[in-house]
Write a protein that binds this ligand. Structure first.
Ligand SMILES: *Cc1c(COP(=O)(O)O)cnc(C)c1O
Length: 376
């Protein structure tokens, strides 16, 4: 559906997979094809093989993943979307188009795993990285070099919740060199709150493990590219390296996307109530929340209370990850950002007093009650 007419995002997602061309039986929910390969009619069929309409081998394409990818491309206003087996696999695909000697500018406040991967690219493949603090556009300009191939950002940033102006970044970078790719990790805001490709970015990446799937029950990643040339290059690398999403998780992610608009609104409503409570809680020093989405970072007054707090929580779980229906609390200093150098962590404000809450879809009053009793 939605080929000619551009429907609203709620309609696109609720209808995703219904009336899809490949399904002969009229199923409302897209079927899962648990087949690793597909029969060909004859030699002619192979000679004229068209990957967009036919299937041969599941690393290349599956009917379920095709519907998912088309939905994701529509959702992010991109040319082509790729569904992968994890968020890190998605980041790796995005970086597969670079080579030794290339220079990349990244934000200084990112998902910890991204930095670990960038360090590996530097040490093993001789790629160069510079860090931008996300504040001054002039400073960003100063970091660009003749061999700069991309600027990689996350907004809001992780875990300190800085919002980066994507339009300003894209305009600045593309004015210097239109071939420099602006890449945005859109995991925290999702396309419901932010459409980087409509703001000048070239590539969007997601950990679909988080809000896109939203139920803490699958691992997945997404890359969405703007433009045919870039899409073709990524498609070649995607099939060649093969970290594609399997049929079952493709179906589960497609199913989960149907409620994304509803879930994001509910995450925001809950988070706003919790922020109001945390701001007047004496045991909390500072709260960082960009105004929308379900992610809140905050500093406690006294580091000593954290262990007891984690042990006392009855609803919220002390666990990594984010974006699901279940509320989760983490300590980035010891978890997601553990591999970052101590001095760098402290410089960014990732101290042992910083906690990050992924607000789930439980009742807000129950979540506040849980935090209150754990802090008491
Ligand atoms: C979790 C996360 C990733 C990595 O995704 P995985 O699915 O865990 O591989 C990348 N970026 C952000 C912002 C994340 O939160």
């Amino acid at each position: 559906m939605c080929k000619k007419e551009r429907y609203a995002v709620e309609t696109i997602l609720a209808q995703a997979g219904n009336r899809n061309d490949g399904d002969a039986r009229g199923s409302i929910s897209t079927p899962i094809y648990l087949s690793s390969n597909y029969r060909h009619k004859d030699l002619e069929d192979v000679r004229n093989f068209d990957e967009r309409t036919q299937y041969s081998y599941s690393r290349l394409e599956t009917p379920t993943k095709k519907v998912l990818s088309q939905t994701l491309a529509t959702l992010e206003h991109g040319t082509q979307a790729f569904a992968l087996s994890s968020g890190m696999a998605a980041i790796q695909l995005a970086f597969s188009i670079f080579k030794s000697g290339d220079h990349i500018v990244t934000l200084d406040d990112l998902y910890g795993g991204s930095f670990r991967y960038f360090d590996q690219l530097h040490e093993q493949y001789d790629m160069d990285f510079s860090k931008w603090n996300g504040k001054s556009i002039r400073a960003l300009q100063g970091l660009l070099r003749p061999n700069t191939r991309a600027v990689w950002i996350e907004t809001p940033s992780n875990p300190t919740m800085k919002e980066i102006d994507i339009v300003a970044v894209a305009d600045t970078v593309h004015a210097v060199d239109p071939t420099i790719l602006v890449m945005v990790d859109n995991t925290f805001y999702t396309p419901i709150y932010q459409l980087p490709l409509t703001q000048g970015a070239d590539v969007v990446v997601h950990s679909a493990t988080k809000y896109l799937s939203g139920h803490n029950d699958l691992l997945g990643g997404v890359v969405v590219a703007k433009g045919e040339k870039l899409s073709e290059k990524l498609m070649f690398n995607y099939k060649t390296t093969g970290a594609t999403l399997d049929p079952f998780d493709s179906w589960l992610l497609l199913r989960s996307l149907k409620t994304l608009p509803l879930r994001m609104r509910a995450h925001t409503a809950n988070a706003q109530e919790i922020v109001a409570y945390l701001k007047q809680e004496a045991k909390i020093e500072k709260v960082m929340y960009p105004g929308k989405g379900g992610m809140i970072s905050f500093y406690v007054q006294d580091e000593e209370i954290i262990d007891k707090m984690f042990k006392s929580l009855k609803v919220i779980s002390f666990a990594e990850s984010l974006g699901g229906v279940e509320s989760l609390l983490t300590i980035p200093y010891l978890q997601t950002h553990r591999d970052m150098e101590e001095a760098e962590r402290l410089r960014l404000g990732i101290t042992p007093k910083l906690l990050r809450l992924s607000v789930g879809l439980e009742n807000a009053a129950d979540l506040i009650k849980d935090l209150k009793q754990a802090l008491a």
